[in-house]
Design a protein around this ligand. Structure first.
Ligand code: ADP
Ligand code: ASP
Ligand code: MG
Length: 407
């Protein structure tokens, strides 16, 4: 008997009609003989509303109370879907993170799942009861509710699938799979029938929010067969995540991602001598700031140079504070920052074997008159930082240049 996890995102459970529709999809799998665990998100817009309420009361608030508030959205949908399933004759019950329990780290607001006890779930599943699990939440080591960061229900689903050793994990959303780029900004984007775990990991971490990055990491680690499907056209085929070897046609570029969540910081006239990078990035790491791209210019006089790096916009203030505190040790002249920047990335395992891939990206930007501010590369991706106003133009131009457009 197949054991499956079905995850439904916010738009899929946005109102009662949609929750009834989701109950129908779950019922269909039960009637096919599967044991089903369902993971649900909050109704569309609900998490944003809860976050705004918390921030409006106090911009600086206790992250543990933030978690109590924002985890509530998923509690509502889990209960409603269990009610809808029962009403259609399917045995079901809701599960909150702490009831399973889903144990997480203590980093409230962006906790990591550490352990899921599969015993209770497996017992109920084997009795034929559908488990409707509130996504996005768990219980932290301090015994308080925790949440997993935006988009975290994907991670709940994949982690539950790994814990109960499900035969597959289906992520139902408002698009019918993973596309070559965000179909909302490039209507000519194509659905990929398969994508390698590694490519999906890069796509997600570079901004494609169709799957939370951590969910892909867990799927890769525990070899969870993962599909992305449409709630509204569930028989459309979707996208299967698979091993690199299972992809026959390795184009140089598989997909394009972008992220507006970028801020650029430049330290002017820092000493060009050993130990300076450590004096800058040590305090940033201590302050919990994640530094992404880094570029240091060659110094003209051999004494002073400039250094630019990027952080996520939400960490900008923390980064600037850390830099200011470390000013005496670093010894810069002044520091500037810019939040009107964005990162555009090309991703593909084919880059390992094709040459001239980055060159095409730079030429495309030159033709469009888009200035490249910072570049970073890895084996299967090239990312560039550009002015935010050019993001859509850049993504569309690259999509055409790498022949990803639909015919
Ligand atoms: P859910 O609420 O179901 O979790 P999300 O809004 O988190 O859904 O993710 C789905 C959205 O991700 C799509 O509506 C789409 O705009 C966006 N997206 C970004 N990049 C891609 C991509 N490469 N392929 C598919 N969707 C993408
Ligand atoms: N409701 C949460 C969010 O909006 C988690 C999720 O939907 O995955 O980020
Ligand atoms: Mg999501």
């Amino acid at each position: 008997m197949a054991k499956i996890v079905m995850k439904f995102g916010g738009t899929s459970v946005a109102d009662l009609d949609r929750i009834r529709h989701v109950a129908g999809l779950v019922k269909r799998e039960v009637e096919r003989g599967a044991q089903v665990a369902v993971v649900v998100s909050a109704m569309a817009g609900e998490t944003n509303k809860l976050i705004a309420w918390t921030r409006d009361l106090a911009p600086l608030h206790d992250a543990r109370e933030y978690d109590v508030v924002v985890a509530a959205g998923e509690q509502v949908t889990a209960g409603l879907l269990a009610v809808a399933l029962s009403a259609s004759g399917i045995g079901a019950r809701s599960w909150l993170g702490w009831q399973i329990p889903i144990r997480t780290s203590g980093m409230h607001g962006s906790a990591r799942i550490e352990q899921i006890d599969p015993a209770l779930l497996n017992e109920r599943l084997s009795q034929g009861q559908v488990a409707v699990i509130a996504g996005f939440q768990g219980v932290a080591s301090d015994n308080r509710i925790s949440t997993l960061g935006r988009g975290g229900s994907d991670t709940s689903a994949v982690a539950v699938a790994a814990a109960i050793q499900a035969d597959r994990c289906d992520i139902y959303t408002d698009v019918d799979g993973v596309y070559t780029t965000d179909p909302r900004i490039v209507p000519r984007a194509r659905r990929l029938s398969r994508i390698a775990y590694e490519e999906m990991l890069e796509m997600a971490s570079l901004g494609a929010k169709v799957l939370q990055t951590r969910s892909v990491e867990i799927a890769m680690l525990y070899r969870v067969p993962l599909r992305v499907l449409s709630t509204f056209e569930p028989d459309g085929g979707g996208t299967l995540l698979c091993d690199e070897e299972d992809i026959v046609e390795k184009k140089p570029v598989t997909g394009i991602a972008y992220s507006r969540d970028e801020a650029k910081i430049t330290l002017h006239r820092i000493p060009d001598k050993p130990g300076v990078a450590a004096a800058i990035f040590g305090p940033l790491a201590d302050a919990g700031v994640n530094v992404d791209m880094i570029v240091q210019n060659v110094s003209e006089d051999g004494k002073k140079t400039d250094l630019t790096f990027t952080v996520s916009r939400s960490e900008l203030h923390r980064a600037l504070e850390a830099i200011e505190r470390a000013a005496p040790a670093i010894g810069y002249r002044d520091v500037t920052h810019d939040v009107s920047v964005a990162k555009v990335s090309i991703i593909g395992i084919g880059m390992r074997t094709h040459s001239g891939v980055a060159q095409m990206m730079f030429r495309t930007f030159a033709e469009k008159g888009i200035n490249i501010e910072v570049i970073s590369t890895s084996e299967i991706k090239v990312s560039v930082l550009i002015a935010e106003e050019y993001v859509e133009l850049a993504v569309r131009a690259l999509h055409a240049a790498y022949e990803l457009d639909t015919a």
